[in-house]
Design a binder for this molecule. Structure first.
Ligand code: ZN
Length: 431
């Protein structure tokens, strides 16, 4: 099967960060030519007046929580947690499936082709991911038994999930020790060992709020990163979400250990974590940083274009410096750097021959995207209004969104089921 995407403005994200006018040829799920492609493809897609770019990678989410979109806003963190936990405790496997399908649909239609998830029942979520046709690293939540609603031991459940999903083309199973506040040292080390044994990585929350860091320090006498470094928990290739409350020494500790970071600016600003993750320092010290939306209850969407914009604006406003986190840097964090964060730097993140064909096509003739030229296209992608311009999304060489419509699922059906499930959950939680 081959597809020729013809005549677009291609934002390659190759090492020279070239923007070229031309074609992209996709053969058997991989990109085989960029620029001028001489081929007789099975299918030709006209991309005249369009931007062709690598699919975005969302490095931290809880995709099934879309059903909790806008249920607890403009409230303090404790009220936020009370409200979301009350609803979360009532959901069934079916709720998780429809919530995940809605989230995958939202991502596919806003230019995200891969995401990292942290939740339980990832086996249910995997089915929704495959239905919509996205690529995902699914992290089964591991925590101490006393804190969980999972049946059986979380570490065992995670192991079973990994063994059953190891060889799926679009799913990479991951170990997800939820956070130090619900994981003993023993649980953390078991998670680390499981990841090593199964050849995958650990994804976890780390130092998200001041409260969490200060409480931990009171209890353990050390800040979380220092303690985790001392017990030998960190492994090269770990992916830590948030990392808001870090000292410069902790940033250096993460750099030394080869731990990558998923920065979640919208969630951090909205929940008023009170701090700003030291991303410029992470970059300076050589930490690989990507972006994540976090769950829909704290964001309230999964749009990675917005995440790039907010990341840039957050740090510019915080540092009084318009030069920090440039548009190009933010696009890197959502593509090539994100690919490193999930260990897929040779496969994903750019439009180059040999890479997997995860590609997004945007119609640059939308009011909010005009004018678009090779010299301003990256700024338009980060600062203008790209989501409304999204036309097509391809994952692994196959379109999952074409001409603004989901290809593999009945959109109206996914939306109706999600609305009904969310209404039911809220009614149950009120009882
Ligand atoms: Zn999270």
């Amino acid at each position: 099967m081959s597809t020729l995407i013809k005549g677009g403005l291609v934002v390659t994200q190759n090492w020279k960060r070239e923007v070229v006018k031309g074609d992209v040829l996709v053969e058997n799920g991989r990109i085989s030519a960029v620029g001028h492609a001489k081929a007789r493809p099975d299918e030709t897609v006209d991309a005249t007046g369009c931007i062709v770019m690598p699919g975005l990678i969302n490095c931290h989410s809880h995709v099934a929580m879309t059903l909790m979109r806008s249920v607890a806003d403009d409230v303090r963190l404790e009220q936020f947690l009370d409200k979301t936990f009350a609803i979360d405790a009532k959901r069934t496997a079916e709720d998780i499936a429809v919530g995940a399908a809605l989230g995958c649909l939202e991502m596919a239609k806003s230019g995200t082709t891969s995401f990292v998830d942290l939740y339980y029942s990832e086996d249910v979520i995997a089915k929704s991911v495959e239905q919509v046709g996205l690529r995902a690293c699914l992290g089964w939540a591991v925590l101490d038994e006393e804190f969980t609603t999972q049946k059986g031991k979380p570490i065992r459940n995670c192991e079973e999930f990994i063994k059953a999903h190891k060889n799926r083309p679009l799913i990479k199973p991951v170990v997800a020790p939820q956070g130090v506040y619900v994981c003993s040292d023993e649980t953390l080390m078991q998670a680390k060992e499981l990841a090593a044994r199964e050849g995958t990585f650990c994804h976890y929350h780390l130092s998200e709020t001041r409260f969490e860091v200060y409480e931990y320090e009171k209890k353990k006498g050390k800040r979380p990163v220092q303690h985790l470094a001392d017990i030998g928990f960190f492994s090269k290739g770990d992916l830590a979400a948030h990392c808001v409350w870090l000292t410069i020494n902790e940033v250096r500790e993460l750099a030394k250990a080869g731990v990558r970071v998923a920065h979640c600016p919208t969630s951090n600003m909205k929940l008023a974590s009170g701090g700003v993750a030291p991303v410029p320092e992470m970059h300076h010290e050589g930490v690989v940083v990507s972006l994540g939306t976090d769950g829909c209850s704290s964001n309230n969407g999964l749009d990675m274009f917005l995440e790039m914009k907010f990341a840039s604006l957050m740090h510019k406003a915080h540092r009084w410096d318009a030069t920090v986190l440039s548009a190009q840097k933010c696009l890197d964090m959502a593509t090539v750097e994100a690919a490193k964060c999930i260990g897929a730097e040779k496969e994903l993140g750019s439009i180059e021959p040999g890479r997997k064909a995860d590609i997004v096509i945007l119609d640059a003739n939308q009011p909010g995207m005009v004018p678009t030229r090779p010299d301003n296209v990256v700024a338009n992608l980060v600062y203008a209004a790209p989501s409304v311009a999204l036309r097509d999304t391809m994952v692994d060489g196959k379109f999952v969104v074409r001409e603004r419509k989901a290809v593999r699922v009945d959109e109206a059906d996914v939306i109706k089921k999600a609305q009904d499930a969310a209404d039911g959950l809220i009614a149950k939680a009120k009882r």
